[in-house]
Ligand binder design. Structure first.
Ligand code: UDP
Length: 510
């Protein structure tokens, strides 16, 4: 069959770690399931980051990295600014607009591949916010596929919200969002400030409205989700886009989808070494030691993603609540809001003697700045995740059967929480945002609720386990009927980019 012949796919991730990570995971999945060559193209510093997370296992002849020239000063950005990490919000929007300048080097890349191979690449897979690439692809005779690194429900919400501005005139506390059924009413507090203040003339609107509309004209969307865990979101998205939407998730390393929990410490170490090809960091060893010393499902893992922190008052209350709950925890701490997030952590930000007491009693482990999240979530001792609910964190957590305590901060995180609370029952919301007056009592209550074996906590755990099993089924390979939904979706995507008729109807829009 034609799908045996080789072809080339160009991938264009948006400039943020939370996007580069799932793009690399998608590249690995494509390499695993198809015979195609993938070229991941990114600006110099983002490429450097990709190199740092790529393992020798990736560096074979089928995943290529390509550098797209970029000068931040030409876009009014500080020197060496190519990623959303540590950027103030007004510069993030400048970075978004600057991405349009990548069109010319991307065009050169596609032309070079076409000359070299005698035919254009099979498709360009670009971030949904890189709508400009749809035009480039079409002009150069290749297909254009958008990849949303968010979930289907969250994607549906932000696409619809951006394309139906403004929202600030909404008087009602609750309102419906076009494309959602009446029962999924949204609340004013679900909208973060940027989208509440957007009025189509501001820089955010100008970026999102233009780029998302262009992505609506692509040949189909790939989504890091799973048919069985987001049936509503995928259905809504298909009806709204009128395009094929292929749910090919969960995009997490395949060794983490095979083993049944709990994973033995030894095999965890071996698989990490194999996956990363790197020496184990101190924090990984500390985390594994800590987890090994606690019982199954007993540890709460706390992290706010790759670039967030919380307010100073919130940090204090969280610490007091954690200590008074008496439950074991691993907490990734960064300097609180208002301080240099990459700077030194000062003990005064926590209650006096907090870290000492936690270390001595073995109740808690503080990890500075960055933790080996996948390894923590896949460890059998981890029982719940207090998360800002970025989509990668959610996918990683549910793929390991770990329920979530939500503390959404921005982007589409509040919609993710809404979906997980209302549709999946795997999450309880603690608070939201950086300004909320969260008290230690509420922290203690929610920890007790989620860690209990009976009642609501037990129910969340059972549902998270069910989601884990569905996610693992979805990537099961086998013959025809045995193939999982995500594997079939990838088959269908391949048929589309090869110009063959679709077989699997689940991803089609009709
Ligand atoms: N991550 C990690 N260690 C940390 C914090 C984050 O490994 O201490 C990884 C996490 O596993 C996930 C990504 O960074 O893959 C965060 O992506 P997410 O979508 O959850 O949030 P974002 O950082 O984009 O807001």
């Amino acid at each position: 069959s034609q799908s045996q012949s080789h072809g080339h796919i160009v991938m264009l991730p948006f400039m943020a770690h939370g996007h580069l990570i799932p793009f690399l995971a998608l590249a690995r999945r494509i390499r695993h399931q198809t015979p195609f060559v993938v070229t991941l193209a990114a600006t110099p510093l983002n490429l450097q980051y990709l190199r740092s997370i790529i393992s020798p296992y990736d560096a074979d002849s089928r995943i290529h990295l390509h550098e797209l020239p970029f000068r931040s000063s030409e876009h009014g950005l500080p020197p060496d600014t190519e990623n959303t990490e540590n950027l103030p919000i007004n510069q993030i929007v400048a970075l978004c607009h600057s991405s349009v300048s990548l069109a010319a080097p991307v065009e050169r890349l596609i032309s070079d591949i076409t000359t070299e191979e005698g035919r254009p690449p099979l498709c360009v897979i670009s971030d949904v916010v890189f709508g400009w690439s749809t035009d480039v692809a079409r002009r150069l005779g290749t297909k254009s596929i958008a990849f949303t690194t968010c979930g289907a429900y969250g994607t549906m919400a932000y696409v619809s919200l951006w394309l139906h501005l403004p929202h600030r005139s909404t008087d009602a506390e609750e309102f419906s969002v076009p494309g959602f059924p009446e029962r999924c009413r949204f609340h004013r507090s679900d909208l973060h400030r940027i989208i509440r203040e957007a009025d189509t003339t501001d820089q955010w609107s100008k970026f999102f409205q233009v780029q998302l509309k262009l992505s609506l004209a692509s040949d189909g969307w790939l989504c890091n989700s799973v048919e069985e865990i987001e049936p509503l979101g995928l259905d809504l998205l298909r009806k709204y886009l009128k395009l094929p939407v292929w749910a090919v998730g969960p995009l997490v390393p395949s060794d983490l989808l095979q083993k049944s929990s709990p994973i033995s410490p030894d095999s965890t170490l071996r698989s990490i070494q194999k996956r990363t090809g790197k020496a184990l960091g101190v924090s990984l060893e500390k985390c594994l030691d800590f987890l090994n010393s606690h019982g199954p499902n007993s540890v709460l893992y706390i992290s706010f993603g790759s670039q967030n922190t919380i307010g100073p008052g919130q940090m204090m209350q969280l610490a007091i609540g954690l200590e008074s709950s008496g439950k074991p925890f691993i907490w990734v701490v960064r300097p609180p809001l208002g301080f240099d997030i990459k700077g030194e952590f000062r003990p005064e930000w926590l209650p006096p003697g907090f870290e000492d007491r936690m270390t001595r009693s073995k109740q808690g482990l503080l990890v500075w700045n960055w933790a080996p999240q996948l390894e923590i979530l896949s460890h059998g001792s981890t029982g719940a995740f207090l998360s800002h609910c970025g989509w990668n964190s959610i996918v990683e957590s549910l793929s390991q059967g770990v329920p979530i305590v939500g503390w959404p901060m921005g982007a589409e995180q509040a919609y993710n929480v809404k979906m997980m609370v209302e549709e999946m029952g795997v999450c309880v919301e603690l608070t939201r945002g950086l300004e909320s007056q969260i008290g230690a009592e509420a922290v203690k209550r929610v920890i007790e609720l989620v860690m209990e074996e009976e009642g609501k906590g037990g129910e969340m755990k059972r549902r998270a386990y069910a989601a884990m099993r569905q996610m693992r089924e979805a990537v099961k390979e086998g013959s025809d009927d045995d193939r999982g939904s995500s594997v079939k979706a990838m088959d269908d995507f391949v048929r589309t980019i090869l110009g063959e008729p679709a077989k699997d109807t689940s991803s089609s829009s009709s």
